[in-house]
Design a protein around this ligand. Sequence first.
Ligand code: SF4
Ligand code: SF4
Length: 61
Amino acid sequence: MSYVITNDCDCCGDCADECAIGSITIGENIYVIDEEICVECGDCSYICDNGAIKKNQTHHI
Ligand code: SF4
Ligand code: SF4
């Protein structure tokens, strides 16, 4: 489980600057969070003006 960026992302880049461990990078169309690195601190979710970053509730096997 980690945070995920939804299609509400407008690619402002603020979250990538905010993530202290560099878990957020630009993807094909929107910014993406590397789930392997994210420590679920929530800082990016707090800073996103578009509310595009949500906690991922789905479980990965
Ligand atoms: S702060 Fe929000 S809108 Fe900006 S790049 Fe990150 S997810 Fe996208
Ligand atoms: S929740 Fe924290 S560690 Fe995960 S991507 Fe956002 S700022 Fe980075």
